[in-house]
Design a protein around this ligand. Structure first.
Ligand SMILES: [Zn+2]
Length: 161
């Protein structure tokens, strides 16, 4: 629990500088879908402030049913219209494949997950696949999506076309 105590203490300090409440609708009307990787400080690296954007993160930044659920809420209820995808170099999901990962979990727990981990080899290719899944979703009102890969060694994004 040591780390959580440190975070709670950090929050007490941060709350003293709290800039005040913002509108629930993101000011810049953008949603970011990104990997959960600890080396990507999304707000800093994209020039975002509190209240600017939705950030939806998971392992890989892949488009799952739950990401579509969040994007649908983001657009229909909270007014976002653009989507930025952020994958990155050296992703944990490039170091495994769906079967090996399921084997690993099954060996450790006795249970095989019913969902695919959605491993990929090439980050650019998976960004293209993610853009395709968004384009094909019937639930979104805006499919204005662009995809990027973040280089964890340089801090730079490159756009995938
Ligand atoms: Zn990752």
């Amino acid at each position: 629990m040591g780390e959580i105590d440190r975070m709670l203490a950090a929050n007490s300090e941060w709350a003293q500088r709290f800039p005040g409440s913002k509108d629930v609708r993101p000011v810049r009307r953008v949603a970011v879908v990104a990997c959960m990787d600890s080396r990507m400080p999304l707000f800093q690296m994209l020039g975002l402030e509190v209240g600017d954007a939705h950030v939806i993160r998971n392992a890989g930044g892949v488009i799952t049913e739950d990401v579509i659920r969040s994007l649908t809420v983001s657009q229909h209820v909270l007014g976002t219209r653009e989507i930025l995808l952020v994958h990155h170099t050296e992703c944990g999901l490039q170091a495994t494949d769906d079967n090996s990962f399921a084997d690993l979990v099954e060996r450790a727990t006795g249970r095989r997950p019913p969902w695919a981990v959605r491993a990929f080899r090439d980050a650019d290719d998976d960004v293209r696949e993610s853009m395709r899944l968004i384009q094909e979703s019937p639930y979104l009102v805006s499919r204005e999506v662009r995809g990027t890969v973040y280089d964890v060694a340089s801090g730079k994004l490159h756009e995938v076309s």
